[in-house]
Structure formats: C-alpha cells, structure tokens
Design a protein around this ligand. Structure first.
Ligand SMILES: NC(=O)NCCC(=O)O
Length: 400
C-alpha cells in the first residue's frame, strides 16, 4: 500500500503533527511543553553518509539522538552505548511462498542493520516475529508454522555475520521450533553477542488472548522468566510485547540486573495505541533502567477471512500496526517516536552511568517494599485466596 494511501486512510504521522505544533511555540513554551510531554529534548545525531544513502536508496527512516542525561563522575568513566531499534512492514504479499517472504524480509532488514552498524550502534533489537507476517490472527497452522526455525537456524546464521562484522549485539525475535521438545513452537528472542555467537534466548512469557491476537493457538507461556544477558556492552533483558502490560513483570528484569530492557512488539492502533507511550516509559522510570519499545508497521492482509469472535464481521487483517518505536531513559526522558507508517531505524546514544545516578537520587531500590509485595503476591497466587476488605461488617483489627 503506498504511503500516500496510508496517510489518506488515517495512518497519519500524529507524533510529527504534535511536535510541529510544539515547535511553533516560543522557546520558553516549547521547552516547557517538551519537558511535560517527553521529559525534555533529545539532541539529534548527524547521520553517517552511508546510513543516509542506504535510507534514501531503500526508503526507510532513520532517527538518531543523543540523550545527555548523565552527569560526569569523578571515579567512573562514562559508559556510552548506542542502542538501536528497527521497525518494519512485511516485504512481499502474504500469498507468496514462505521462503520468498522470509528472504525478502532478510534482504530488507539487512539494509537497516548495515545502516545501524554504520552509525556505530552497539546493541539493536528487531520487532517481534520479524521474519514473518504476524499471522497468529488467522488461527491457521498450514504455511505459517513453516516460518518456525531452531534458535541456531538460518535466520541466526544470517544475522551472526552482520553482528560480527559490526561488533553489534543483535536481538532477533523469531518463531522458534524447539527441536528438543518434539518440535514445539515458542515466541522467542535469540540473543546474538557482538562476536556473532549466540549468548542465549528469551521466550515470550505473557501470551495474549485479546482481539485477533490468537497466539495461544500456537505457543504456550515461555519458561525463561526475566532472563538477563551480559552482552559485550550492557546487561539486557527482553520483555516480549504483551508482557509490557504488567509492571511487576518489568520489575523482574530490574531486580535481576538488567540495564536495558527491550520490548519487541506487534500491536495495532485500535487496540493499544493510547497505552503505547505509557507502559515502557513508566517501566524505565519505576525500575531505573532504559527501555526500548519496538512495534511493527503496516497492514498485513491474509488470504482467508477470520473473526475475533466478538460478533463483528470477519476480516482479512488486524488493522494498522502503528510502529511508533521509542527509547526511554531512567529519568523519564524519551526519544521522539519513529514513524507510524514507515520502515525505520532508531539510534540513541546513552550513558549507562545514569542508571545508578537516578537510583541514588530517587532511592526507589531502597524504599520499595519488596517483602510486602512478596507476601501479598504469594498470598494472592493461592487459588483459595480472597482479598480482605475492611467494612462495617469486617472492622479493622488493631495490629498488636
Ligand atoms: N503481540 C502481542 O502480544 N500483541 C498483544 C496485543 C497488545 O498487547 O497490544
């Protein structure tokens, strides 16, 4: 679908419209508005010539920023890291062969990864199930299950070469074929370290049953909760899509030492867009780490009609995946969003020292009440548990 038609169909660049409105204000008002809305302003980074050429030739957007939010310390040197995110539409029609669809996505993503490498990106994450259309709405198994591959399968082999060439950590969300468990399927992110070697994997632990997101037809809740990976540049965690709705889930990654938590996702405007800018940003603030929210873009039309089971007419697509990927720092400063309709690369330079600086300032790790939460969560997880509500018929007993 052409960009013009997409825009006509209401898939407008709302974020750019908002920023243009703000830019038109006086400096004082603009600074105040940016502080309220985005926590301040990120400083654009000049794009490398090669990255610019690639983005022009292959029609994708690049937004690159420096987030100058850490102060210089006397004893610790800055820990500057360039963090990347890629959002993309599918490359060919869903009616094409599995191999043609996957190869076309490899070819498309290779250009954005090279641009990221040319921009000196250290760690980059792709979108959820990036090697295929998000076919989990169809409930069909034929064709779509053939996109599944082992953790060390062809996609990982393809990415390892790029990771090694650019010394770039690549987080690759795929549909995993678990060859050790009779070929069971998982929604999995493969962690490829900067030397091109597979460091490990994180499986999606929260599986949606909302709208057309019929993922429970394909895979179970994953068995690798809150895994944190010590990559060459930083300790990273991966919270896959639907897991972003659970603040306690984000907390788990922080408790286990993550410095950056990526949220590779696939979600559509009619369902989640009002929530999108809130959840990952709040997680960064509450847990004192960096978060990167990544969503795919485009409308993916499938050969056969399907229904959401909500009485509405059957249809052939989810609606519009609205992209809008962004990064947030521990103090709540966030980058502008990537496009709502275009293939895009985000590069953000940060100083990981800011994590400890913000935690020292706000004292959240010191003042949070983990024993209280642990007691409550443990009680609430018992099937026979009932919340106690104080009322006239159940007066509060004075603590001894
Ligand atoms: N991919 C996925 O989990 N989507 C669920 C819908 C949402 O959480 O926005």
């Amino acid at each position: 679908m052409s960009k013009e038609i997409q825009k006509e169909e209401g898939e407008l660049e709302y974020h750019d419209i908002l920023l243009d409105l703000i830019k038109g204000q006086s400096k004082k008002k603009k600074d105040a508005l940016m502080k309220i809305l985005y926590g301040g302003e990120c400083i654009p980074i000049e794009l490398s010539e090669k990255a610019t050429d690639l983005s022009t030739e292959h029609d994708f957007e690049i937004k690159a920023f420096n987030l100058p939010t850490a102060y210089e310390e006397e004893l610790r040197k800055p820990r500057k890291v360039r963090i990347g995110a890629i959002q993309n539409s599918i490359a060919v029609s869903t009616t094409e062969s599995v191999e043609k669809q996957r190869n076309a996505l490899w070819a498309k993503i290779e250009k954005l990864l090279i641009a990221a490498g040319e921009m000196g990106t250290n760690i980059i994450c792709l979108q959820e199930a990036w090697t295929m259309p998000f076919a989990f709405c169809t409930r069909e198994k034929k064709k779509w299950m053939e996109f599944a591959e082992p953790i060390d399968g062809p996609t990982t082999k393809f990415l390892s070469k790029i990771a090694k060439k650019y010394q770039m950590v690549i987080l690759s969300p795929i549909l995993e074929r678990d060859i050790k468990r009779q070929g069971q399927i998982w929604n999995t992110v493969v962690v490829i370290d900067a030397d091109g070697e597979v460091l490990g994997f994180q499986r999606k632990t929260h599986i949606p049953r909302v709208g057309d997101f019929n993922e429970s037809t394909y895979y179970m809740e994953g068995n690798t909760p809150h895994t944190v990976f010590e990559t060459k540049y930083a300790k990273v965690g991966i919270n896959i899509c639907y897991g972003r709705h659970f603040p306690e889930n984000w907390a788990g990654y922080g408790l286990k030492g993550a410095e950056i938590v990526f949220n590779p996702s696939a979600t559509v405007g009619l369902l989640s867009e009002p929530l999108w800018g809130v959840e990952a940003r709040n997680a960064a603030i509450a847990n004192g780490y960096f978060t990167v929210a990544i969503n795919r873009v485009g409308t993916e039309v499938f050969p056969n009609e399907f229904t959401s089971g909500n009485g509405l007419p059957s249809h052939k697509d989810f609606g519009h995946f609205y992209g809008s990927s962004f990064l947030t720092a521990p103090n709540g400063l966030r980058t502008p969003s990537l496009s709502r309709v275009r293939d895009s690369l985000l590069v953000a330079e940060v100083d990981l020292n800011q994590i400890r600086q913000v935690r020292d300032k706000w004292c959240f790790p010191m003042t949070r009440r983990l024993p209280d939460y642990a007691k409550l969560f443990n009680e609430a997880s018992q099937l026979d548990w009932e919340p106690e509500i104080i009322s006239k018929s159940n007066p509060q007993k004075k603590k001894k």
